[in-house]
Every structure is written in C-alpha cells, then in structure tokens.
Write a protein that binds this ligand. Structure first.
Ligand code: PMP
Length: 292
C-alpha cells in the first residue's frame, strides 16, 4: 500500500457547503472534472489538532484552479473555514486533509463553459505509510519526463499531472524501487513522483528551480529552516551528474515530510546524513510533531 487507505473511513465530507456522510460524497459520471481532468487538489496534515500551513495550502488550491482555468467562487477564507469545520467534525487530531475542486456535470466537451466548480474536503485518519523507511528509500531514474510549462500546467497541483507521476511510480515499484526521480523536458532533475528533491553538495543544500515541478510548501519551509540554521541553500538547474556528487539526498512533501534517500539506481549514499537529520528535527519542531 503506497497511500492512505479509505477503507472503513466514516468521517464527514464537506461538499459545496454541507457536511455529508462519507458514503454520500458521490459525483456524477458526466463530471467534466472526471472526464477531462479538470480538477485540482491539496494535501494537508493535521498534527495534534493543528492544521499545518493551512493558509498556504488554501492559496495554492486557488492558484492551481486559476492555472487550469477552473472558475472557482470560493475565497481563501471560505476554504480555510471549511477545512477547519471538516477537521473539527472528523474529531481526528492527526489526519490528512484532501480538499479538491472540480468542474461539474453540465457539459461534455472541451471547455467547461457554464459548468460551476464544486469543492469537497475529505479528512482521512493519518497512518504512517513511511514506517520503516527512516534509513532511506531507494530511488531510480524514470523514463517519464516532466513536461514544459507550455505543455502542461506543471507548477499547479492539478490532477492531469498525476498521470505521469502514477506511471513513473508504478514502474519504479515494479522494478523494486520505492520511488523515481523525473527529469524535465530539458534533461534537468525535476522532482520525485509526489515530492520535491534536495541534495547536499559540499555542505550546501541545492534544490531544482521550481519551474518544472510543483513548488512544494514543505520545500519552501525546509529552505527557510535551513537559512535559520545557517545552511546555504541554492535553487539551480541540476543534472543527473550533480546527483552523483551528492553526499546526501532527501525528498520533501506534506505526507513524507523529509524522506532520506539511501540510493539512486546503483549509486549508494553514505549512511550518515547530518544535514537531513538536522532539518528533519527542525521540521518536526515546526509541525509540532514532537509535542506531547
Ligand atoms: N511534487 C509533487 C508532484 C507532489 O505531489 C507533492 C505533494 N503535494 C510535492 C511535490 C510536495 O509538495 P508539498 O510539500 O506542498 O506537499
């Protein structure tokens, strides 16, 4: 299982302003969002009852919607309040929240014309799906590439981009790896299938410029934490040859937090990863993960 199971989940779902039972949160097969991937979403963590980085996630949901031309009447404040309401209704203190916005079922076509956008918010109890991976995951290189910004809305958290991610992850798993690194259309390192990538090069932290990957919220927070710790951070174009020089590699994402990498293909990384460990601890403090 590489994701959170929804089997047996009975938390209420927020749908267009109403809380409904989990089983009632259904959509029509004619939904434009389903037929044409006109859908954007977020993934948010709740730590000990606190919804982490909620404002930033709400802002990204809106900018992702805008990027794919999804006309959404919900404001950032409404999204924030709706997430808070749904989390409270779930009575979960550690959870994963999935807000999503999609075009309705009024039209079958190429553009959703007068079709109103819908929003739903799911709250799933958090379960550590990364257990046993603290010493590092095994990555491979994917044959799939992240398209240019003129080929797909690559910097939006839009469903259409996840077809590539899903294909890349499946192939990596089938070959015995945990995840894969994808290059962009120019041959620069972009990201993993559902997380951003950082490398340590001569005590400096380096991450790809976020023009062919999702500009991750965890990525932004980790860069700030590194600055606070006096670690130099550079955003630059990375080649696979730079990865080979790395003394540490880790992935970042809301679900995976900071995930150390132990190998990329045949390349083994040292078992000691002091920069990753220091930033993992700082991130845990920031999320309140360590709070009793
Ligand atoms: N890239 C992709 C493709 C992702 O799906 C995610 C997870 N949302 C990330 C990067 C990391 O983003 P964030 O830190 O905002 O969760």
């Amino acid at each position: 299982m590489s994701g959170l199971s929804t089997d047996g989940v009975h938390t209420p779902v927020w749908v267009d302003g109403q809380l409904v039972a989990w089983d009632k949160a259904q959509l029509h097969a004619a939904s434009f969002g389903l037929n044409n991937a006109s859908c954007v979403f977020e993934g948010i963590r709740v730590y000990n009852g606190d919804i982490f980085a909620l404002e930033e996630h709400a802002a990204r949901l809106l900018s992702s919607a805008h990027a794919i031309g999804l006309e959404i009447s919900y404001t950032r404040e409404l999204i924030i309040n709706a997430v808070v309401e749904t989390v409270h209704a779930s009575a979960k203190t550690n959870a994963y929240v999935r807000p999503l916005v999609w075009s309705g079922s009024e039209i079958l076509g190429i553009i959703p014309d007068e079709t109103p956008a819908h929003m739903a918010i799911l709250v799933v109890p958090w379960k550590n799906i990364y257990e046993g991976k603290s010493s590092g995951i095994r990555l491979t290189w994917s044959r799939w590439m992240r398209p240019a910004a003129t080929m797909a809305p690559v910097t939006a958290k839009a469903s259409c981009n996840y077809v590539i991610a899903s294909l890349a992850r499946r192939e990596a798993n089938a070959r015995g790896y945990d995840d894969a690194l994808l290059l962009d259309h120019r041959g620069y390192v972009a990201e993993a299938t559902g997380a951003n990538v950082f490398i340590v090069l001569e005590d400096r932290l380096v991450t790809p410029i976020a023009d062919a990957c999702l500009p991750g919220i965890t990525r932004r927070i980790v860069m700030d934490l590194a600055h606070e710790q006096g670690i130099e951070v550079t955003q630059k174009r990375l080649r696979p040859a730079d990865i080979v020089q790395a003394s540490e590699i880790f992935l970042t994402g809301t679900a995976s937090e900071l995930q150390p990498v132990c190998s990329v293909g045949d390349q083994q990384l040292p078992q000691e990863h002091p920069v990753t460990s220091a930033l993992t601890e700082a991130y845990r403090q920031a999320t309140g993960h360590n709070r009793t």
